[in-house]
Design a protein around this ligand. Structure first.
Ligand code: G6P
Length: 612
C-alpha cells in the first residue's frame, strides 16, 4: 500500500528514488511520481499512471532530472481513481510545499472546505493534496519553520500518515511526519534516506531510525533531527538491519513468490531454532512468566489475511495441546466489536508486516482494555512489534511477493511452539511427547524440500485448470484451516473465484454450486476425519466435480475417489498445514503463471494494508 522514498545527499536523487520505488513495488500501487530539487527554489515533478516503468521512461531512468534532493511515491488509490492528477507528489499552487503521503486523512473534506474559503483550489480528488495545502497554509500564516507548519497541521489532521515534504525555502532538506503508517529513515556517507520499508534503502544503508507516532524529522545530507509534536528536538538511537541485501533480490528465480516458496525450509528452521534451546522449548524471551501462562483463561488470536489463516490453524493446535479456549478473529471485526476480554486472557496478534492497520488497532484496543498482548511479527521494529507487550519474531526474512508464503509458514511454527510451550507449562505435554513433536518439527524443512521436488507434476495439473471459473477447497478441522489458505492463495494471484468450505457444511448450500468439471480440492491430512472427507468427496464427484485430493503418504485408497492426488510426507497431524500448504502455493503460482498474470503484484492488492 503506497510506498514512499526520499533522498538528500551528493548523488543525483532521481535514479535513487526510482530504484527505491522499485523495491517497494510489492506493496501494491497503480501510479507513481517523484519530485526533485536541484539546490535552488526550483522543483521538478513527474508523475505517471500505471507501472513504474512509465515513470522511468518519462525521466530517462531518472537521468533527465537534475538535483540531489527528492521524494518519490507509488500510490495505491484510496481517495480518487488511479490517474496522473491523483498521483503524488502533490504541490501547493506556488510549489512552496511539495509532498508525498501514505495513509488516509479522515477529515480531509472538512479541511478542504476550510482551505477553499482561504482561496485554495484543488487539482486532484486526493486527501493528500489537502494535507499539503494545509501545511502551506500554516507555513505562510505563522511564518515559522517547516516543523512549526507541520506541527500545526498535524493537530488538525485526523487519520494516518507517513508524510515526506520539501519546502521551497529549504533546498536540500526533507521533512517527515508519521502516525500509524510505516516509515524508516537512514543515514550513510553524508547522505540521508527515507522509505516506507527497509528493502528500499538496504542497498545504501543498514543504519536506520524508526520514527515514532506523532513525531517529525528533518533530513539534511548525512544528518537527521527528530522532533516531538511540540516541536522539541528528541534523540533516537539507530538500529542495524541484519537482513542481507540479497535476501530482497530474486536470486535467479523468475518471481519473488517462487523464491519465497523455496525459502520456507529456512524460514521454518530459523524460527524453530530461535525458540528451541538444547532440545527444549524456551519461551523466556517472551516475558510471559510460567504463572501467567498457567493462569491464562482464554486466548484471542487477531489477524488479517493469511495471518488470520495461521491463527485458524493455531486455534486447533493450541486448544488440543494446551487446553486453553481460543477464539480467532479478523482484526477488522475485533476492533469494532467491543470484545469482552478479561485481564487473565491473552491476545495474540499475528502479522507479517507488523503494520496492518486493523491488526494494529486491535492491539491498541486490547491494551486499552488491560489485556496482555503478544505479537507474532516478521518485520523487526514495526509498529505492532514495538507496541505489543511481548514479541515472538518469525525469522522469515524480507518477504516481497504480495501473496505471503514463507511468512505464513513461519507464523505456523511460532504458533506450534506457543501451543507446545503452553501445554508443557500447564502440564498437558510431557517431556517425551514434546521431544517427539520437536523432532517432527525439525523434519519439516527436509520434507518441504521433497514436496518442492514434485513441482513439475503440480505445474502440469495447474496448467490444465488455468481456465477454471471456480475452484472449491474442502476440509475438516485443521484441513479446513489449510483450505482457507489454499483458496486465498489461488484467488489472490490467479483471479479465479475460489472458496474454502468446512466439508461438513457442504450439504448446507455449497453443493448446489457443483457442476460438471468444477475443480474441488479435498484436504485429507487428519486421519480421524479421513473417512468423513472421502464421503464428502464422493458426494461432489457424483455431481460431476473433478477431484484433487491432498493427503498423507500411505492413504493410497484416495486414488479410488480422486482424479489427481498429491501426497505429503508423514508428520504429527498438528503440523500437517506446514506441509499441505506447499503444493497449494505451487498450484496457485503455476495457475497465475499459465495465465500470464503478474504473480508478485496481483491487481488491486497490497502487501501491507496500512489503511482501513
Ligand atoms: C495483505 C497481504 C496478505 C497478508 C495480509 C495481512 O492482504 O496481501 O498476504 O496476509 O495483508 O498482512 P500482515 O502483514 O498483517 O500479515
Amino acid at each position: 500500500m503506497c510506498g514512499i522514498v526520499g533522498f538528500t545527499g551528493k548523488q543525483s536523487a532521481a535514479p535513487i528514488l526510482l530504484e527505491g520505488l522499485s523495491r517497494l513495488e510489492y506493496r501494491g500501487y497503480d501510479s507513481a511520481g517523484l519530485a526533485v530539487r536541484d539546490g535552488t527554489k526550483n522543483v521538478e515533478v513527474v508523475k505517471a499512471k500505471g507501472r513504474l516503468k512509465g515513470l522511468a521512461q518519462k525521466t530517462d531512468q531518472g537521468r533527465a532530472i537534475a538535483g540531489s534532493c527528492g521524494i518519490g511515491h507509488t500510490r495505491w488509490a484510496t481517495h480518487g481513481e488511479p490517474s496522473e492528477e491523483n498521483a503524488h507528489p502533490h504541490c501547493s499552487d506556488d510549489f512552496n510545499v511539495v509532498g508525498v503521503h501514505n495513509g488516509i486523512i479522515e477529515n480531509y473534506q472538512e479541511l478542504k472546505d476550510k482551505l477553499r474559503k482561504k482561496g485554495y483550489t484543488f487539482q486532484s480528488s486526493t486527501d493528500t493534496e489537502v494535507a499539503i495545502k494545509l501545511i502551506d497554509y500554516y507555513y505562510k500564516k505563522y511564518e515559522g519553520t517547516p516543523v512549526d507548519a507541520i506541527n500545526h497541521s498535524l493537530i488538525r489532521i485526523r487519520g494516518s500518515y507517513a508524510l515526506a515534504i520539501m519546502f521551497k525555502d529549504y533546498p536540500g532538506e526533507i521533512y517527515v511526519a508519521r502516525k500509524d503508517s510505516p516509515m524508516i529513515l537512514g543515514v550513510e556517507n553524508g547522505e540521508s534516506y527515507l522509505a516506507s520499508d527497509v528493502p528500499a534503502i538496504l542497498k545504501y544503508t543498514r543504519t536506520v531510525y524508526y520514527i515514532g507516532n506523532l513525531e517529525m524529522a528533518r533530513l539534511r545530507p548525512g544528518e537527521i533531527t527528530f522532533y516531538n509534536l511540540d516541536g522539541d528536538e528528541i534523540t533516537k538511537e539507530p538500529v542495524q538491519i541484519q537482513w542481507d541485501a540479497q535476501a530482497a533480490e530474486k536470486a535467479g528465480f523468475e518471481h519473488f513468490m517462487m523464491k519465497e516458496i523455496h525459502e520456507q525450509p529456512k524460514a521454518i528452521a530459523d524460527t524453530l531454532h530461535s525458540a528451541v534451546k538444547d532440545g527444549r522449548i524456551d519461551l523466556s524471551n517472551l516475558g510471559l512468566s510460567e504463572d501467567r501462562v498457567r493462569a491464562v483463561t482464554g486466548i484471542h488470536i487477531v489477524a488479517c489475511g493469511s495471518a488470520y489463516h495461521a491463527g485458524v490453524a493455531a486455534q486447533y493446535v493450541i486448544e488440543d495441546l494446551a487446553k486453553i479456549p481460543v477464539r480467532v478473529e479478523l482484526a477488522s471485526e475485533f476492533r469494532y466489536r467491543k470484545p469482552l476480554l478479561s485481564p487473565t486472557d491473552l491476545v495474540i496478534l499475528i502479522s507479517q508486516s507488523g503494520e496492518t492497520a486493523d491488526t494494529l488497532a486491535a492491539l491498541r484496543e486490547s491494551k486499552e482494555l488491560g489485556v496482555p498482548t503478544l505479537a507474532i511479527v516478521n518485520v523487526v521494529g514495526s509498529s505492532i512489534a514495538r507496541e505489543a507487550d511481548s514479541v515472538f519474531y518469525t525469522l522469515a526474512g524480507p518477504e516481497i511477493a504480495v501473496a505471503t508464503t514463507k511468512a505464513y509458514s513461519a507464523q505456523l511454527i511460532a504458533c506450534y511452539l506457543l501451543a507446545m510451550g503452553f501445554a508443557q507449562i500447564r502440564g498437558y505435554l510431557h517431556e517425551e511427547e514434546c521431544s517427539r513433536m520437536l523432532s517432527c518439527l525439525e523434519a519439516l524443512p527436509d520434507q518441504i524440500l521433497r514436496l518442492l521436488d514434485d513441482r513439475e507434476r503440480i505445474q502440469w495439473f495447474a496448467s490444465k485448470f488455468s481456465n477454471a471459473k471456480d475452484i472449491f477447497f474442502l476440509g475438516r478441522g485443521l484441513d479446513y484451516a489449510i483450505s482457507l489458505e489454499g483458496s486465498l492463495k489461488m484467488k489472490e494471484i490467479s483471479y479465479i473465484h475460489s472458496e474454502a468450505y468446512a466439508a461438513g457444511e457442504l450439504k448446507h448450500g455449497t453443493i448446489s454450486l457443483i457442476e460438471d468439471g468444477v475443480l474441488v480440492v479435498g484436504m485429507l491430512t487428519q486421519q480421524e476425519l479421513y473417512e468423513k472427507m472421502i464421503s464428502n468427496m464422493v458426494e461432489v464427484k457424483s455431481r460431476g466435480a473433478y477431484l484433487m485430493g491432498l493427503t498423507t503418504c500411505g492413504n493410497y485408497s484416495i486414488e479410488d475417489t480422486a482424479d489427481f492426488t498429491v501426497y505429503i510426507p508423514k508428520t504429527d497431524p498438528h503440523f500437517a498445514a506446514s506441509l499441505a500448504v506447499v503444493p497449494l502455493q505451487l498450484m496457485a503460482y503455476y495457475v497465475s503463471l499459465a495465465k500470464g498474470l503478474d504473480v508478485d503484484k496481483p491487481r488491486n492488492l497490497a502487501k501491507s494494508v496500512t489503511v482501513e
